[in-house]
Structures are given as C-alpha cells and as structure tokens.
Design a protein around this ligand. Structure first.
Ligand SMILES: [Cu+2]
Length: 143
C-alpha cells in the first residue's frame, strides 16, 4: 500500500468496477434475459427456456407449416428433444406418426432454436440435461 493511502481504499475503488463487470458478464450470459430482436413474422409461437428449468409456455398450439422459436433466457444450456434415444424416459417424448424425431442439441444462453412443423399431431419433448427436473413441453400442430 502506498504511503498516505489508508488500507482498504484500493478495494473500495475497485469494488464498484468489479460489480459492474460482473453484472455485464451475467447479462451477456442471459442473467437478465438477453436482448433479443423480435421474432421474424414467420414465427408463430415463442417458447422461453427459463432458469426455473421450464418451457414457457409448456404447451403451444400451432397450425401445420408454422414455425416455433425457442429462446434460451437462462444461464444454462437446454435442448428441445423428441428423440427417445437421447432421453432417460422414452415414454415422455413422442412425435405423431409420419413425423421425424428431432434433437436441437445444446441451445446455449442467449441462443435461439427454430423448427417448422409439417406433420400435424402432438409432439412431446423434453430438455435432456433437465429431464429429471421435469423440464418438458408439448407442441400441438393442428391440420
Ligand atoms: Cu433444460
């Protein structure tokens, strides 16, 4: 410590700067919800992936040919998965007959995943890392 500078002064000066840096970093990670642009007009529904380990809304109804957009507004990666091979409880995921199963792979904080549904029916999906926490959703595609 330099002569004449009371102990703790340095820390008091640095602390607000560190706090600002931390908040900026957390915001960049989606802590406060990343700054998303509005969805394109061809997106029929937006589902948020939250820090509470849920999809909001958990159930969405769209028309065949519509696109759903998932937005990760949390601090951890999530997935949108209907592939029974990827999950612990295959009975909890499903797609209608004639539709292909899918897996978004990791959707990182601040990222978006979009999917267009061309086969009508009921799609039950889960988030692979948070399946055991009940992070599940349903897309109903009307003909
Ligand atoms: Cu998740």
């Amino acid at each position: 410590m330099a002569a004449g500078v009371p102990a703790g002064t340095c820390w008091r000066r640095i602390r607000p700067l560190l706090a600002a840096l931390l908040l900026t970093a957390l915001a960049a990670c989606g802590f406060d919800g990343p700054a998303y642009a509005p969805p394109p007009t061809d997106v029929a529904a937006v589902v948020e992936m939250t820090s509470g380990l849920s999809f909001v809304a958990a159930e969405v109804t769209i028309k065949v040919g519509d696109t759903v957009e998932w937005r990760n507004r949390s601090l951890q990666a999530h997935t949108v998965t209907t592939d029974p091979v990827q999950v612990r409880q295959p009975r909890l995921v499903s797609v209608p007959e004639g539709a292909k199963v899918f897996d978004s792979g990791p959707v990182w904080p601040g990222e978006i995943y979009r999917r267009t549904f061309t086969v009508p029916g009921r799609y039950q999906y889960t988030c692979v890392p948070h399946e055991r926490f009940g992070m599940r959703g349903v897309i109903i595609v009307e003909p």
